[in-house]
Each structure stands twice: as structure tokens, then as C-alpha cells.
Design a protein around this ligand. Structure first.
Ligand code: PXP
Length: 239
């Protein structure tokens, strides 16, 4: 049964649109927990377009489930993470001009930098997950790094047309998931998952954690945060 990580970045996106104090992602995290979230996920981007350092620091004190910080291989954010100590860090690629994370980390190209960051995280007692495409070249390198988890990028699956194209993308995730578990790492997945497309990913064998943001925040506008999380939790956990 997969656990649900609720990504609350877009609550902060609405707040930053007015540079004000509401809505507060700290409230959204509390309501997510009430709705059954197993994990609260946030991305402290280098450009601070949504989540701020203040959010991370308060959430470290208020969140009672797992706290997962997404971050780029960036020295300044690394220092903040080592100080605040989220339970888990997920290393992601980051480009200033992108609307959202556009693909997995290129761990083949960034291996050296990642090794140093992973060592610093593990010294600080933080579990490390790598956000990767379901690409055997990337997964081979991840297996040599002995990280705790790999989060598979589900963006291609989510964008694919329903039918044969989407089935092909799902098959890549299934194969990659098998490799990740056989290499002794926990299997996570996320990006672009919605109430409509989450079930086949949630039921991949050994799926441990799903991180979902945009779709939950969108639904929360209509039905409230707690209810939106509860509905997603039902889809993720029922066999
Ligand atoms: N997982 C990772 C690593 C991400 O970067 C994001 C987006 O911030 C998500 C999951 C959530 O993606 P979405 O908002 O499309 O659900």
C-alpha cells in the first residue's frame, strides 16, 4: 500500500502572487495530516518562487508525519537542509525558466556533485531520495550510490495519450520499479499524477510513496484541503 506525500508548494504559489501572508502552507500541511497524508513535501527553490525558508523552518516544528524537502544540488539550500533536518531530501533538477520540474535529475552527469551532497545529508541523519526518469542508465548510477530511495518521474506517463502510449510509459515505470527494489532502494513516484491517472502507478508492486501536488491543491479549491487529501488517500491506498 503506497503512502501519500502531499506537495504543498502551490499553496505558497497563491500566497506569493500577492506577496502576502495567506494562504499559509503551514495550515495546508496541518489539514493534509487530518486528511490522512503520510508525508508533507515542499520544494525550496533557489529562486524562492513559492516556498520560503520561513515555511520550511515552521513546518519542521509543526509537521508530525514525514517531512520531505525537494531541492536542487545547490550548496546554499544544502546548508539550510543540514540545519533544519527534514526527514528526507529528494534531489531534483532545477532551471530558473521552467514552470515546474521538467524531468528527472541527470545523475550520470551530476554524479560527483551528488556524491558530496548525499554524504553531507547522510552525516546530518537525513534520508536521501533521487528524482529520476525511468531510464536504465540513470538507475544504474543510482544503484551505485546506495541512496535510500528513488522517486520515479511520472511526467511522461501523465502526459501520454490514454491507451497504447500511456501503457508503454507505465511499463517503463514497472520495469524501473523492479530494478529499484532489487537494488535495495525504496520505490517512490510522482509528478503529474491526478485523481484520474494515479491508480495504475499506486498499484505498481512495491510502490512505497507517491508525491502529489498540483492536482490535490486544485481539488482543494473546490472541496477543501482535508477532503481533497482524503479522496486521494483513498485512491492511493485501496488495493
Ligand atoms: N515529485 C517531485 C520530485 C516534484 O518536483 C514535484 C513537483 O514539485 C512533484 C512530485 C509533484 O508534482 P505535481 O505537482 O505535478 O503533482
Amino acid at each position: 500500500m503506497a503512502e501519500l506525500g502531499v506537495n504543498i508548494d502551490h499553496v505558497a504559489t497563491v500566497r506569493q502572487a500577492r506577496q502576502t501572508f495567506e494562504p499559509d502552507p503551514v495550515w495546508a500541511a496541518a489539514l493534509s495530516e487530518l486528511g490522512g497524508a503520510d508525508c508533507i513535501t515542499l520544494h525550496l527553490r533557489e529562486d524562492r518562487r513559492h516556498i520560503q525558508e520561513r515555511d520550511l523552518r515552521i513546518l519542521r516544528q509543526t509537521v508530525t508525519v514525514k517531512l520531505n524537502l525537494e531541492m536542487a544540488c545547490d550548496i546554499q539550500v544544502l546548508a539550510i537542509a543540514c540545519e533544519v533536518k527534514p526527514d528526507q531530501v529528494t534531489l531534483v533538477p532545477e532551471r530558473r525558466e521552467e514552470v515546474t520540474t521538467e524531468g528527472g535529475l541527470d545523475i550520470v552527469a551530476q554524479r560527483e556533485k551528488a556524491v558530496e551532497i548525499i554524504r553531507r545529508m547522510e552525516d546530518a541523519g537525513i534520508s536521501v531520495s533521487l528524482f529520476l526518469d525511468p531510464d536504465p542508465r540513470q538507475l544504474d548510477v543510482a544503484a551505485t550510490l546506495k541512496v535510500a530511495a528513488v522517486e520515479l518521474h511520472t511526467g511522461q506517463y501523465a502526459m501520454a495519450r490514454r491507451g497504447r502510449r500511456q501503457d508503454e510509459e507505465l511499463e517503463k515505470l514497472i520495469q524501473a520499479g523492479r530494478f529499484i527494489r532489487q537494488a535495495g532502494m525504496a520505490l517512490h513516484a510522482g509528478h503529474g499524477l491526478t485523481y484520474h491517472n494515479v491508480r495504475p502507478v499506486a498499484t505498481i508492486e512495491g510502490m512505497h510513496e507517491l508525491n502529489i501536488g498540483h492536482s490535490i491543491v486544485s481539488r482543494a479549491l473546490m472541496v477543501g484541503f482535508e477532503e481533497a487529501v482524503r479522496e486521494m488517500k483513498r485512491l492511493v491506498e485501496s488495493p
